[in-house]
Design a protein around this ligand. Sequence first.
Ligand SMILES: [Zn+2]
Length: 324
Amino acid sequence: MKERSLWGWACLGLATIVVAGITSGAKAIEPGDTLEHGQDLVDRATTKIDELVAQMRIPPIRAEPTYRQIRYLLGWSLVYADSIVAPHYPLDQPAGLLITDGIADTIATRLSWVVDDFVEQNPEELLSPGRQALELLIAQTQLPPGLFLGFHLHRMALVYAARADSVLADHALADPEGVYDGYIRRLRDLTQLYDQTHVDAANKYFCRVKQEDWIIYRTRCTYCGHQGLRFRDQYSEITEDSSAACQEILRSRDASPEAIDQRFDCRHWSHYFTTVCPECENTSEFRVPLPFYRTLQRRMALGLEEPPDPSMLMRDMGGEGGEK
Ligand SMILES: [Zn+2]
């Protein structure tokens, strides 16, 4: 796919969603709700990522080993997607995309810790020829428009890695340390961008809604193979936990903060979509869990937050899916 068409897409218009409340603290990939399919694959990946990241954070954190460990993690994630996720959930279908995006969010949040540790322990930047050459190449690389999501960071980290490889292949420069140091610092720019768009539950929810747009943009029609579908219909859905304990909690009229809090633990929000292929009119459906929407609702119900600006959630359901 051409880089321009990959990033050159946005889907804005009429809002179909009501939103309320704000919170902070939780990481982007600690969902209170699990995926309908493949949550086990996200969980397995998270265990492995945490293992690798724990090794990276053992001091002293130096440029070359950290660079190599980050490269290993990124390479591992590609192999995992191809060999573990894809056989069960094709990577160009919503379920597969939700899984790989979830893994990318995990990587984004964890790498943020690693590069912050690195900069703390290595405050002096190397501005040597290798770094300068890398900067020149990275300056030609466009960032995606709009909210910076986990899968954006994952892709940009790989693109920057390819740029680093180009510089390292230039033996006349002979400055690998400058490249390693520069790569990690530029990666930190990306993790900071990611952290800014995931600063609290409201923003994480906005990112989720934007991710839904990207999912249909990346989905391939199972009938004709065209990539990029359009929304035909969408609704928000609340399901209630059918366990006896939850049924009792949900029936309770107790208005204490504790009781309100408990009621939220028994409800699950999701968006349910019907999409249509612009080429062959084939329709399909998928569901996206909304853990941070629940967090927002909970915080607002408890009077802890003001409603955020719902204009962030505008979406055109008319099918102007942008470039194809
Ligand atoms: Zn089609």
